[in-house]
Design a protein around this ligand. Sequence first.
Ligand SMILES: Cc1cc2nc3c(=O)[nH]c(=O)nc-3n(C[C@H](O)[C@H](O)[C@H](O)COP(=O)(O)OP(=O)(O)OC[C@H]3O[C@@H](n4cnc5c(N)ncnc54)[C@H](O)[C@@H]3O)c2cc1C
Length: 295
Amino acid sequence: MPMKASAFSYARATSVVNALELLAAHGDKAKVLSGGQSLMPAMNLRLISPELIVDIGAIAELRGIAVAGDVITIGALTRHVDLARSPEIAAHAPLLTEAIAHVAHPAIRNRGTLGGSLAHADPASELPACMVALNATIIVSGQSGERRIAAEAFFTGIYATALSAQELLVAIELPVQRKNSVHFFCEFARRHGDYAIVGLAAQAIVESGVFADLRLALFAVGDRPVLAKAAAKLVNTLITPAVLFDACADLGEELDPQDDQQASGSMRRHLAKVLLARCASALLERPDLQARKSV
Ligand SMILES: Cc1cc2nc3c(=O)[nH]c(=O)nc-3n(C[C@H](O)[C@H](O)[C@H](O)COP(=O)(O)OP(=O)(O)OC[C@H]3O[C@@H](n4cnc5c(N)ncnc54)[C@H](O)[C@@H]3O)c2cc1C
């Protein structure tokens, strides 16, 4: 198995405009380089062999976290470690702070970027699911202007997104979490830092012990993050073990997880139901819901 990439040309983009010109000129033959934590391994294994690498790492305007009104804007080049240490993210999108700890290891988090992770779109990746749970907007730029894409529509398949080869993911917008917001993140993985076997990122609003809103984004259960429709069963209703059992059953039917060397599809389906029960129990502070022979 080759461990060195095929020969390629390299260009260091000086601005977003310059990066877009390079991408437009080279089309499918060019690849954007952010942190390189997914791109370089794929090139070294010769899974991909781009002719030109467009390094966007020096474009300062793509970095940083800003809060204005009820929106948090995160530049595409913001690294995992920057998110993990950000007081703004901890205060306004704590789901992300918690999830980042499960992304790979410190060496990878020191270089890997949010934009890179979303553009890479690994279905077992934590951050795409968080974006879906948080109802993020992904902002992409092309020569004809900017597009704003809801996270749910951005991920289109395994390693596939709504981005064209001529576009750059430039930023992510998240709503500042509202009053009574709570979140849950949990994944099953062989070892901490491994890609998940099944995971759940959830964001909810709880009022008087009832979910007023609940977004459940599951990952590693299909070709992209799944926003579970089963959540609707749990909103605006008093949750009993029977209600939760029904929602778990719906979730099981809704998912069609793959078999692979990590787990069978039926095991993934079972684990997803276990995560849903844990999530409801934790967010509502109802340990009784965890006594769920029913799941
Ligand atoms: C050993 C190992 C373990 C890992 N474990 C995990 C894990 O548990 N969970 C997890 O989520 N990830 C994991 N990763 C991946 C890691 O999080 C990467 O950092 C991330 O997936 C990609 O970010 P990057 O900035 O390095 O992107 P790059 O590797 O530079 O790029 C990735 C892809 O996105 C494209 N791209 C990058 N930026 C842009 C942009 N702004 N606009 C358009 N296209 C762009 C590139 O062309 C490339 O196709 C792991 C990686 C390794 C090597």
